[in-house]
Ligand binder design. Structure first.
Ligand code: NAD
Length: 261
């Protein structure tokens, strides 16, 4: 079955990996609901550019991934606008880097809220429609940190481990309904999220920018290369395909060999 005219909601798709996923799915003919933070004018340009480049319908939801009711409304508004949500990608994520004993409580709550709780709220809202239609694809962007840990990233590591557990449990619940639920776990992908954590890591580890890139970020990535957003997006398209219909509850790792060590 082609993905043509399926409808996707991709959280955190105004930037980085989510935007690459939006482009890759739009290329397959999927109508897209973008979501994420950013300047309204820049986002309007993004929706127009995606729609005209790929000839699909593109809309935007400003739902804050810290607000469960707004997340449910985002799903229901997308269903009303396009007729269904066939593909949900839980991709919005933030990072905060600090030693656990001085980890700001508000940052802990935000990291867990956006990276983990938001996926629960979105899955909860989207599954009834997917069950009714007998088809659905739910993909969450986890991380190599869903399988392993790094110092000073307690909230992120907890959230990403939680996201794979959540996905496995929901995969079992919906397994007979034509719905698959999977995670994709990249190691370092060169995006604004990675760029933004360099100053904090420099401070936490007393390192230069080059040291953070080579000795922290790529230190555990045996290929010594960043993953690209387009490579992650290609896996999302694969997980939406018929070829992947027996993959569920899985965690597709794209990590340059990080977790093989
Ligand atoms: P990014 O900063 O480029 O994009 C994050 C997206 O989330 C943006 O669109 C942003 O607006 C959105 N977002 C942030 N807070 C939000 C909120 N409260 N409500 C709605 N949207 C919000 O980052 P990215 O690197 O593309 O990250 C995307 C996902 O990939 C995240 O879940 C991240 O944890 C995961 N990931 C990234 C890497 C990496 O190295 N970049 C590695 C593994 C996993």
């Amino acid at each position: 079955m082609s993905l043509q005219s399926k409808n996707a909601v991709i959280t955190g798709s105004t930037s980085g990996i989510g935007l690459a996923m939006a482009r890759a799915l739009a290329k397959e003919g999927v109508n897209i609901t973008l979501n994420g933070l950013g300047d309204a004018g820049a986002i309007a340009k993004l929706t127009d550019a995606l729609a005209s480049e790929f000839g699909v319908k593109v809309r935007y939801s400003p739902a804050n991934m810290l607000d469960g009711e707004a997340i449910a409304a985002m799903i229901h508004e997308a269903e009303a606008a396009f007729g269904s949500v066939d593909i949900l990608i839980n991709n919005a994520g933030i990072q905060h880097v600090a030693p656990v004993e001085s980890f700001p409580v508000a940052e802990w709550d935000k990291v867990i809220g956006i990276n983990l709780n938001a996926a629960f709220h979105a899955m909860r809202a989207v599954i009834p429609g997917m069950k009714a239609r007998g088809w659905g694809r739910i993909i969450s962007t986890a991380s190599a940190h869903s399988l392993t840990a790094s110092a000073f990233k307690s909230a992120y590591v907890a959230a990403k481990h939680g996201l794979t557990g959540l996905s496995k449990a929901v995969a079992l619940e919906v397994a007979t309904h034509g719905i698959t639920v999977n995670c994709i776990s990249p190691a370092y992908v060169w995006t604004p999220l990675v760029e933004a954590q360099i100053p904090d890591t420099m401070a936490a580890r007393n390192m230069t920018r080059e040291q953070v890139i080579n000795e922290v970020m790529l230190e555990r990535q045996p290929t010594k290369q960043f993953v690209t957003p387009e490579q992650v997006a290609a896996s999302a398209v694969f997980l939406c395909s018929d070829a992947a219909c027996q993959m569920t509850g899985s965690n597709l790792v794209i990590d340059g060999g990080w977790t093989a060590q």
